[in-house]
Write a protein that binds this ligand. Structure first.
Ligand SMILES: Cc1ncc(COP(=O)(O)O)c(C=O)c1O
Length: 369
């Protein structure tokens, strides 16, 4: 199984499993911007090589200031981490909630961070028939019972690609519980600023918004993410971080890429076109794709085919294409896969291999197809 360590994008495991060199694998199992990294990343890596002989700025001042300007928040409302993953872990370690709620399915690190801290988790249902929107009645009930100390929710959610409703988030914030919104993939959206909850951080002191910089700028190996929230809480959280958790090259890269406006707008326009194209192609294949606002798409194979996600992953892997077996997400059946949305040429190749494999696994349902 490709998700041996819980995530997609594990090229070493894939290479061992399929006997193909990492450089010859096409990775649809993790969701990076196919346009990236921006040119400035290579420039920094070559020009600032000598920076590794010095310690990074422990207070990450320049990058925090750039992030603060981008989101029109105060410098002290920004904390930077070694990827969004560090901040998911940190926020849970800091609040130590006894009870928390997350959506099923959602990013595995929410559950793992909470479990590590001995927290009791309630799973908010989200079903295919409702396009994977979280069950609002269940959420209302949780709010009324006041039994949940912390909600951790993806906006948009991974793997479903769905945004949270404004009403639901507002209700949660008014309940007084800690609300952690993971906006790791929101920068791909054309209306990122309007949809983000960052501007509400000064109004709701119980709101914490986490951002990743690794997906949009295609720098997962660099590790970079940030969180915006109430100053007094962030000050304590900072003290719980490991010293120098964000290295000097990551700090320089973060500062530089955030200023590359043309890269940002090109990426956002690319996604609108390519997400539609991918959806249409998949729909023609008689699988069930779910509409997405971001650069990955959830697909149910059971609609027209008798093949599990893990079987398909194996068959595609042997042909050098890695897909995410989404049945490892809580709440999804064995027929769910998640595909990254990549460049047109790569997407065409993926769809063509998928079509060939699926053609030998059709459900015997006659006219239904
Ligand atoms: C929803 C979500 N949040 C956060 C992360 C972690 O991102 P980072 O690479 O910044 O640690 C991921 C990584 O896949 C993710 O899918």
């Amino acid at each position: 199984m490709l998700e041996r360590y819980g995530h997609g994008g594990d090229l070493l495991s894939a290479s061992e499993l399929y006997g193909i060199h990492e450089d010859h694998l096409l990775d649809f199992s993790s969701n990076m911007n196919p346009l990236g990294p921006p040119q400035v990343v290579a420039d920094i890596l070559s020009q600032y090589m000598q920076h590794i002989t010095k310690y990074p700025d422990p207070a990450i001042r320049q990058l925090r200031s750039t992030i603060a300007s981008k989101h029109l928040v105060d410098l002290e409302e920004v904390i930077v981490g070694n990827g969004a993953a560090e901040l998911i872990d940190l926020v849970v370690r800091y609040f130590q909630p006894k009870t928390a709620a997350i959506v099923a399915p959602s990013f595995i690190e929410y559950e793992q961070a909470l479990q590590k801290n001995g927290c009791k988790i309630t799973y908010i249902e989200s079903e295919a028939v409702n396009g994977f929107t979280p069950n609002e009645q269940q959420v209302d009930k949780l709010i009324q019972q006041q039994s949940i100390e912390l909600y951790m929710l993806g906006h948009p959610n991974n793997p479903t690609g769905q945004l949270l409703s404004e009403q639901m988030v507002t209700n949660l914030l008014r309940s007084g519980a800690i609300v952690v919104l993971d906006e790791a993939f929101l920068d791909f959206h054309q209306h990122e600023d309007e949809l983000s909850w960052i501007s509400k951080v000064s109004k709701y002191r119980n709101l914490f918004v986490i951002r990743s910089m690794t997906k949009f700028y295609s720098i997962p190996g660099i590790r970079l993410g940030y969180m915006i929230g109430a100053v007094n809480q962030l000050q304590h959280m900072k003290q719980m971080q490991y010293p120098w958790s964000v290295n000097s090259l990551a700090q320089l890269i973060g500062h530089a890429v955030l200023q590359d406006q043309s890269y940002a707008s090109e990426s956002k326009s690319w996604l609108v076109e390519e997400a539609n194209w991918m959806y249409e192609q998949l729909a023609c294949l008689h699988v069930k794709p779910f509409r997405t606002v971001t650069n990955y798409i959830l697909v149910d194979l059971a609609y027209g085919y008798e093949i599990t996600a893990s079987e398909l992953q194996q068959l595609m892997g042997k042909q050098g294409i890695l897909i995410r077996d989404a049945s490892t997400f809580k709440g999804l059946q064995s027929s769910y896969i998640r595909l990254a949305i990549k460049s047109r040429q790569q997407n065409i190749h993926c769809i063509s291999v998928l079509t060939n494999i699926l053609s030998t696994h059709r459900k015997d349902v006659g006219d239904e197809l």
